[in-house]
Design a protein around this ligand. Sequence first.
Ligand code: ZN
Length: 512
Amino acid sequence: MAASELRFLPFALLTALAVAACAPSPPEPPAPAPEAVEAPLELAADAHITSELAFEHVTFLAADDMRGRDTPSPELERAADYLGERFAEAGLEPAGEDGTFFQPWPFERSVLVADASVAAYTVDGTERAWRYGEEYFAIPGPPTAVEGTPIYAGGPGDVAAGLPQEAAGGIVVISLPDGLDEGFALSVQAAMIAGASAIVLILDDDTPASDIFQLAAALEAGAAGQFPIPTIGLQHDVGEEMLEHAGLAAVGERDPPEVLDGLTLSLESVFESRVDEARNVVGVMPGSDPALADTYVVLTAHYDHVGVGPADERGDSIYSGADDNASGTAALVQIAAAFGDLPEPPARSVLFLAVSGEEKGLLGSAHFAGSPTVPAEGIVANINFDMVSRNHPDTVYAIGDEYTTIGETVQRVAAERPELGLVAAPDPEPEEQAFLRSDHYSFVEQGVPALMITTWLHDDYHLPSDLPDRIDPDKLARVARLGFYLAHELASDPQPPAWTSAGEELLQNLPF
Ligand SMILES: [Zn+2]
């Protein structure tokens, strides 16, 4: 509430200044108000970080005609062009390659060739083929064709007790009722040790088609590497349908292992290697202190999302990604504009980096962090904005605040600016491992102190319903202001951010 009232303040202030400028010279010009010294930061924020502008950027990036900004896609390139234009408008200097705002990176992946691939079962001469990226995903591997009568091995508990001899050379079907995280590695390992020729995993019923589509895309991007034998994950319902057609008893009454006589499974996943180009968008506001201008506070947001996939119940198949992460991108663009409007930039340089390929495994940020367009040793901090426009109006999360001194700084900045109406809370669900799940992690891997600003997950996460009309533009603008003040603070402090002892420990034990 306080923030929306504040929005009208700059207009009133500017009008007053304009009137003062045009008025005939007053006999006794009043002494400048003491607040005037503080004003430039707030004036820049008021002029460039507003809920209206935030909503404008989000509606552009998350419009239907942007088709979910998949990496790679023509729409992603349009988004990159838009961001390059905004950076130029903000007065940033190009900090990509060859004097441009862009850093291209090669997106290497294995793509399933649908025409050459088969995933189907036959009962009584009737074949039922599954739809890739909707009913099943496949783990990339060599194009081995497998056909035969499968053996149902039960769940991870059954598999752990050992697979029967018939599994050797056979197609092994395993149920994962508790999700992919529970039992996937164990099941696959057991089936391989038993000498299976192929593995079919029946996923839990919490894995909708939208998840299968995104898992398939992530696997194509190489997250899981190459598998030696054909391995697919089947949507729960179609897997159960197959077991029923095979005459297998209802769930709970089954007694694995059981050879599924009368059922023939045919599997062949043909993958083709492809290399596409995607781009990061990079601009810099050079620092004003010659001694610190070659050090950089890097602000990041990913502008890609997951593209077009299975439709939801409303028939919408465009995964718009308004909160994830048009919102963080809007914050980045607005913060850039505010920095561009300061009478004097802070001592250090501020680098603005909009990355692609995040949804495919943090690929664009990993490329930049590994091959930065500015000297790597100059990068002193990374603040990442990912999903910053939803949930409770007062709460923003500072993910990773315990690992670096940036945690303390963000708490202080939020406390010093009650008008933002934001509490910078610690990680609400550490088990979600958010610290590993966005682009700041690419910087952590390089030893750069980093923090993620987020307003957390919600029911529309990675679904077509993550739409612009569901975001809270007022909150987005307040979070962006917090990011602006935080970045300004870090870029003005002669002391660079440092790791805490918890952070040092984390660096010694990075999971990836
Ligand atoms: Zn996402």
